[in-house]
Write a protein that binds this ligand. Structure first.
Ligand code: ADP
Length: 406
């Protein structure tokens, strides 16, 4: 039995889950937010529904890691730091270099830093977390699990843009995708639910959270995905635009200099002020938008465009794969929003999909939301990116132990 930490560190936050492996039991989970401020928030859940919260001054990630480990000791979740034998870190951009998870040595650390050009907000923040944990837990193996790695199986025709090919060769401009760990996990769970080998299935996984992406999975591998060079592409998201015509960018900068003086501001707006928020003017949260929709045209329009985009990508991927066996809804909206699942399924009736209304109204477990006789199965599956991270840490740890034992 060993304890493994799955970490998602942002520039001012640290999300964690501690697992007992290999039984995959969650011992504790939590979040430290507003790192760098005097009013940082600490939340830890553990035991039988126990919860600890605190507001305190946390200068940097090293202090945050100290606080976290001390709380794990204080609540007897660990008896000693040495019990934590591995730490897995979510890393957003792995470029073409990382096709699998990797043990973080000095070279891997440097490479994650170099790849910050592809994820300027994320990769540097991950590195801060990686360094802080390495310092406090030098005995634990440190592993990077990349959001992009799962999509490295896409065929060339699905990752090369219709641009000068030299841009790919010289500048690494291509589709990388994201949310790979989530798509991989829910695809495996879908195959279990359908009682068929994953390799035999054509699946479309819809990760609909604040960030949203849709992936076509063929022969058990990522075949195409809606996010692109960065997570800005694809379907409408909470505050991200998804696909737009690039010609409109220079047009708007030219015509609207006061609000959008340059490309930097434009990209900021496309990331933070567009999507559901931009269309509705109400909120970036689908719950608020659905509530407002009956009496607010723009909120209703945001719902309609979101649903249309999901349906459009599903249709595109069915055409690309020449069929589909199962469709999965996951992440914040996909797992929790009965109305959005229902609206999407209504528009997929042509595939022989019928909503199982009773199942679709349930919460919190993996379930078929299409009827048993639907030709294409539709599932709601609760994603668990942290579990994939913990599993990868264990797998890599075993390979190291094997090499050192031989
Ligand atoms: P991320 O990890 O990208 O921040 P999540 O997967 O946690 O996103 O999803 C967060 C989103 O899920 C929120 O933007 C919220 O709109 C949406 N969400 C959560 N619960 C519901 C619900 N019951 N109905 C509709 N949307 C929901």
């Amino acid at each position: 039995m060993e304890k493994i930490l799955a970490i998602n560190s942002g520039s001012s936050s640290l999300k964690f889950k501690l697992f007992n492996m290999p039984e995959e039991k969650v011992l504790a989970s939590g979040l430290i937010e507003r790192i760098g401020l005097k009013t940082a928030n600490v939340t830890i859940k553990y035991g039988n529904g126990e919860k600890y919260t605190d507001v305190t001054s946390i200068a940097d990630h090293k202090v945050a890691v100290d606080i976290l480990l001390n709380l794990l000791l204080r609540f007897n979740i660990i008896g000693d730091y040495n019990e934590i034998t591995g730490v897995g870190h979510r890393v957003v951009a792995g470029g073409e270099y990382f096709k699998h998870s990797a043990i973080i040595d000095d070279d891997v650390e440097k490479k994650i830093g170099d790849l910050a050009v592809l994820a300027p907000l994320h990769n540097p923040a991950h590195l801060i977390g990686i360094k802080a944990f390495k310092k406090q837990l030098p005995q634990a193996i440190s592993v990077a699990v990349f959001d992009t790695a799962y999509h490295q199986t896409m065929p060339e025709e699905n990752y090369i843009y219709s641009l000068p090919y030299e841009w790919y060769q010289k500048l690494d401009v291509r589709r990388y995708g994201a949310h790979g760990t989530s798509h991989q996990y829910v695809a495996q769970e879908a195959a279990k639910m359908m009682k068929r080998p994953l390799e035999d299935l054509k699946l479309i996984t819809c990760h609909l959270g604040a960030g949203a992406s849709i992936t076509a999975i063929k022969d058990g591998k990522s075949f195409d995905t809606s996010m692109g060079f960065t997570p800005l592409a694809g379907i409408t998201m909470a505050t991200r635009s998804g696909d737009v015509d690039p010609s409109l960018l220079s047009y708007v900068i030219d015509k609207n200099k006061n609000e959008v003086p340059d490309m930097e501001k434009m990209v900021d707006i496309l990331n933070h002020k567009a999507g559901l928020l931009g269309i509705s003017g109400v909120s970036s949260d689908m719950r608020d938008i659905l509530e407002a929709a009956p009496t607010n045209h723009r909120a209703q329009l945001a719902v309609d465009i979101f649903v249309k985009n999901v349906v459009k990508y599903i249709g595109q991927y069915i055409a690309e794969m020449q069929g589909v066996d199962g469709i999965v809804f996951t992440a914040g909206i996909g797992e929790n929003s009965q109305p959005i699942r229902s609206l999407v399924m209504k528009r997929l009736k042509y595939l022989g999909i019928e909503e199982d209304v009773a199942n679709n109204a349930t919460f919190g477990k993996n379930i078929f939301v299409s009827t048993a006789d639907s030709k294409v199965k539709v599932m709601r599956i609760m994603t668990d990116e942290e579990l994939v991270i913990a599993r990868d840490v264990q797998t890599l740890k075993k390979s190291v132990n094997y090499v050192s034992a031989n």
